[in-house]
Design a protein around this ligand. Structure first.
Ligand code: FES
Length: 149
C-alpha cells in the first residue's frame, strides 16, 4: 500500500531537526487527525534556501512527505519553493493512498507558512503566497487529484 520511496523516507527521514536562527519557521496542523508539522528555512541574501529542517508530530505519511518536501526545497529559490505542490511531493514519493493525501498537503502548507514567516521578517511580499492556515483540513478535498494515488 505504501511505495518503497514512502517507506524509505519514513524509516530514514532527511533533514529532521531544527535550525538555530531560521529565516522563517512555519507550523501547521490538521485538526481532524491532530498531526502537526513544523518547517525551518535558512534563506540567504539571494533568496536561495540554503538549509531546511523539519519536525513532524504525525503519521508515517506525514513524516515521509515532510522529508521529501525538505529535500525538494533545498537549494531552490523562494519562488521555486512556493511552486512545490503537495501533488509534486506525492509524485516524488511515488504516490500516497487517497486517505493520506492531506498528509502531503501538510508539507506544502508548512513550507508556505515558513515562507510567510520569512517574508514577514524581511518586510517583503512574495507574489502568489497567501497567509497560512492554521488548520489545513478545510481545503484538503479541493487538492485531491482525480487520479488514484
Ligand atoms: Fe494526518 Fe497523516 S494522518 S497527517
Amino acid at each position: 500500500m505504501y511505495s518503497d520511496k514512502v517507506i524509505d523516507h519514513f524509516e530514514n527521514p532527511r533533514n529532521v531537526g531544527q535550525l538555530e536562527n531560521p529565516s522563517g519557521v512555519g507550523t501547521v496542523g490538521n485538526a481532524k487527525c491532530g498531526d502537526i508539522m513544523r518547517i525551518y528555512l535558512d534563506i540567504d541574501d539571494d533568496g536561495i534556501i540554503q538549509d531546511v529542517k523539519f519536525k513532524t508530530f504525525g503519521c508515517g505519511a506525514a513524516v515521509a512527505s515532510s522529508s521529501m518536501a525538505t529535500e525538494m526545497v533545498k537549494g531552490k529559490t523562494v519562488d521555486e519553493a512556493l511552486k512545490i505542490t503537495n501533488r509534486a511531493v506525492m509524485e516524488a514519493l511515488h504516490g500516497l493512498p487517497p486517505e493520506k493525501i492531506h498528509c502531503s498537503l501538510l508539507a506544502e502548507e508548512a513550507i508556505h507558512a515558513a515562507l510567510w514567516d520569512y517574508a514577514q521578517k524581511e518586510g517583503i511580499e512574495i507574489e502568489g503566497l497567501e497567509k497560512p492556515k492554521t488548520d489545513i483540513g478545510e481545503h484538503e478535498h479541493e487538492e485531491a487529484p482525480e487520479e488514484d494515488y
